[in-house]
Design a protein around this ligand. Structure first.
Ligand code: AMP
Length: 306
């Protein structure tokens, strides 16, 4: 595993790899790696020859009241896990390397950044778009792979790449879950054992909504109410949003139409920890007597990214 901390050195290394005719896959992360991150390296290697994982806790995507300072970090362990999963290069710049004191450029994306995460974390996607563009320029990838776990982020990054003509392909990989359905996240470490056992409620709320949709429920507010009512069963949950929307543009119609791909988007506080999750499900063209499983919803993204 080659560890690079300097942008110029990263660019020269990537340039050399490109002249050798090899394909580079970038896997951007904030570290404290879990199996979700590692699955991205493995899938990345199916597309390219060289996997470059970036590890950078990006200060510009955190609001002053958020968890930048206490975000979990373990560089040594991350190096070990990344290498074991087939990572070739770890790009781990310091904040001062990415944002020198005279730094002044930021990328603002309109439209989809205004809703859901963007409504609750107003400058979050500005920080994400900026750092992702900088990572693209530093690592010169042919492919960049993101997790469905951060569904809105994956749409924002696709918008960024298309609008600013980045010459690369964005791949979105399915969410990796714990055995009880909780989506893996570096932030899960904040949960007390008692909260951890209750955190599966995000998954079960989506399961209930998916069951209703697959049985033909198309009224958006009814779908949202199913998730809200389920989440409200736990008094320690505070809901930021639990909403169904069109999976491609976040439109929120009164009723979804047959065959439409719907995304269920959730952000809740469980105690002091903010958790997000999502699932994809399409409104069936014809109601099948045999309901499909939850996992069917997640498979859409794999097909989309093929
Ligand atoms: P983060 O380190 O949280 O910024 O995440 C880095 C990348 O890993 C992002 O593209 C995330 O969407 C992705 N990711 C995080 N958790 C998961 C998961 N449970 N399954 C798949 N991808 C994930």
């Amino acid at each position: 595993l080659k560890i690079i901390k300097n942008i110029k050195e990263m660019q020269a290394t990537s340039e050399k790899i490109r002249t050798e005719g090899k394909k580079i896959v970038l896997v951007p992360t904030m570290g404290y790696l879990h199996n979700g991150h590692l699955s991205l390296i493995r899938q990345g290697k199916e597309h390219g020859d060289v996997a470059n994982m970036s590890l950078f806790v990006n200060p510009t995507q955190f609001a002053p009241n958020e968890d930048f300072e206490k975000y979990p970090r373990n560089f040594e362990k991350d190096c070990f896990s990344a290498e074991k999963s087939g990572c070739d290069i770890l790009f781990a710049p310091e904040a001062s390397e990415m944002y020198p004191s005279d730094y002044a450029s930021f990328i603002n994306i309109g439209g989809i950044t205004k809703k859901f995460e963007g409504a609750f974390r107003p400058n979050h996607f500005k920080g994400v778009a900026t750092v992702v563009a900088k990572l693209f320029n530093a690592t010169k990838p042919h492919f960049a792979i993101f997790g469905q776990k951060d569904y809105q982020q994956s749409l924002v990054v696709k918008r960024l790449a298309e609008d600013l003509n980045f010459d690369l392909t964005i791949i979105v990989a399915p969410t990796v879950r714990e055995a009880d359905g909780l989506a893996m996240s570096s932030r899960n470490v904040y949960l007390s054992p008692e909260e951890r056992s209750k955190a599966t409620i995000l998954f079960t709320a989506m399961e209930e909504a998916i069951e209703a949709i697959q049985a033909g429920e198309r009224r958006r507010k009814v779908i949202n109410a199913i998730m809200h009512n389920h989440l409200r069963k736990l008094p320690e949950i505070k809901i930021d949003y639990a909403s169904a929307a069109d999976a491609s543009n976040f439109d929120e119609p009164e009723e979804f139409v047959q065959g439409q791909l719907i995304v269920l988007l959730l952000a809740v506080y469980l105690g002091k920890t903010r958790l997000i999750d999502n699932a994809l499900v399409s409104l069936p063209s014809a109601i099948s007597s045999k309901p499909k499983s939850f996992i069917d919803g997640l498979e859409h993204i794999e097909r989309q990214s093929d």
